[in-house]
Design a protein around this ligand. Structure first.
Ligand code: ZN
Length: 487
């Protein structure tokens, strides 16, 4: 399997054969969440996309070190230079320590990702725990002459950088256009030499709680810096794959490239991968538009745009049914279709386990495995892989109905394929019963035991079971149609 994988490299804009720098080891860095709010559907898409990559690389025989950071040093996503601190605002609003806010939302993120069956990364570094490494990198960029200090803050000189290395190659941005479009937007940027320069270090305002000592001022690192510094620390100066959402392409990843180019004399990675965004009923998702649906709301169904609750696995399957580079539009209809599709697939896996083998196979199943892996090797084309698995479902069902036959080896091959593709690689699983379903199941089980005791004329036991259930608030009534219970 090793050597067959082709990935779309955002940098070259081409599909390239994946060749790791130090095979069989692969270094993967993905920009993780900023922990000042609850995770929404967009978080799920990025996490599931790179979970698929992580799982598939491991399945293909690579040893993967997957680093995904936690941004707990606040910043404004669009303008990391304004010094505005979302985490800090939230802490003030909720009267908490900033670290309390960060811990709370980190836990929330983990809980939600666990429900979606997203594997935890190998290392999950916090920006706040790597201030030393970030200061060291700022110093290297200053020493190289590509940054300057103003009033205790340090800025990256993008115009100087552009004269040596072309800036904007990843996103296709051109520095002259960026300069002309930002020239009039000098509010809070008057310290900078050029409107597009970005902060490597910001001097903290008096009200700023999260601050660290540095050679330049008491302050905090610029947002782009943490990924460059932590990627280098855990994966080396040049690693294999850097991933993230498409919204991070510019300016975050462009800035990371510039920082690494100066500090390490090389861009940070071989391949850049970006997952596309999720729209809601055709509209961009955003808090201001009121259509940002949190993952917890999906699970409870308590958002005005949701017709009902959805299970974590339907959300995961819905996301995997689109290629990671395509836009994905949420609608209740689409999610319900995904839910139906998933249950059809899982039912077929159960059917597969009960199929009776014949002496000969009337259908050729060899193309299913071949086509499924060919799709995954083709830039992780999960929708095509899933459609191939659905072709298999049709065969499984017609064998079950006696219209086709499969010999033992073919049934075993299909069992192995579905177990690997569906559960190990796509990361789907049979959903566990909800608490109320489980309670109902357990009560029924206990009542069956009581029925057996009664049949054996062991009335002491049957009465004890009834009394115990009563004490738990469960009333048991024996009717002529059988025993009924109520909570
Ligand atoms: Zn990042």
């Amino acid at each position: 399997m090793i050597g067959d994988l082709y990935l779309h490299n955002s940098f070259s804009r081409e599909k390239e054969r994946f060749v790791p720098v130090h095979a069989p080891h692969v270094g993967l860095y993905v920009c993780g969440p900023t922990v000042y709010g609850d995770p929404h559907l967009g978080h799920a898409r990025s996490a599931i996309t790179f979970d698929l990559l992580f799982r598939y690389l491991k399945f293909s025989g690579y040893k993967v070190r997957y680093v995904r950071n936690i941004t707990d040093v606040g910043h404004l996503e669009d303008d990391s230079d304004s010094g505005d601190d979302k985490l800090l605002k939230k802490a003030r609003l909720e009267q908490l320590e900033p670290m309390e806010v960060a811990k709370y939302y980190t836990d929330r993120y983990h809980d939600m990702m666990d429900l979606l069956n997203v594997s935890r990364p190998s290392i999950e570094p916090n920006a706040s725990g790597h201030i030393m490494e970030q200061i060291e990198m700022v110093q290297q960029i200053l020493d190289a002459g590509y940054a300057y200090t103003v009033n205790g803050s340090v800025y990256f000189d993008l115009v100087k950088y552009n004269s040596q290395y072309r800036y904007g190659q990843l996103s296709g941005r051109v520095i002259e256009d960026l300069l002309s479009s930002t020239r009039d937007n000098l509010e809070a940027q008057d310290e900078k030499r050029n409107s597009i320069d970005f902060a490597l270090w910001k001097k903290a305002q008096p009200e700023h709680i999260m601050r660290w000592k540095s050679p330049w001022s008491e302050g905090f690192p610029g947002w782009h810096l943490e990924c460059s510094a932590m990627g280098r620390k855990y994966l080396g100066e040049k690693f294999d794959i850097h991933g993230g959402g498409m919204d991070l392409l510019f300016p975050h990843h462009e800035s990371e490239i510039a920082q690494s180019q100066i500090a390490n004399s090389a861009p940070p990675c071989q391949y850049w991968m970006h997952n596309n965004m999720i729209t809601i009923n055709g509209q961009k998702m955003g808090k201001s538009l009121g259509n940002s649906i949190m993952l917890e709301e999906f699970l409870k169904g308590n958002h005005p745009l949701l017709e009902r609750a959805y299970t974590p696995m339907s959300i995961r399957f819905f996301i995997l049914q689109a290629h990671y580079r395509s836009a994905l539009d949420f609608s209740n209809t689409a999610l319900q279709a995904a839910e139906k599709g998933l249950s059809r697939l899982l039912k077929a896996v159960d059917t597969l386990n009960t199929l009776k083998p014949s002496n000969v196979s009337s259908v050729d199943i060899s193309s299913i495995e071949k086509d499924c892996f060919a799709a995954l090797n083709d830039d992780l084309n999960s929708p095509v892989a899933i459609s191939v698995l659905f072709d298999g479902v049709r065969i499984i069902n017609s064998v079950n109905e006696g219209k086709e036959t499969l010999k033992k080896e073919d049934i075993e091959a299909l069992k192995k394929l579905y177990s690997i593709a569906l559960f190990d690689i796509l990361g789907l699983k049979k959903e566990e019963k909800t608490n109320s379903e489980l309670t109902g199941y357990l009560i029924q089980f206990v009542l069956d035991l009581r029925q057996k005791a009664k049949a054996n004329k062991d009335f002491a036991t049957s009465d004890k079971i009834r009394d115990e259930l009563n004490s738990l608030g469960i009333t048991v009534k024996d009717t002529k149609d059988g025993t009924v219970w109520e909570m």
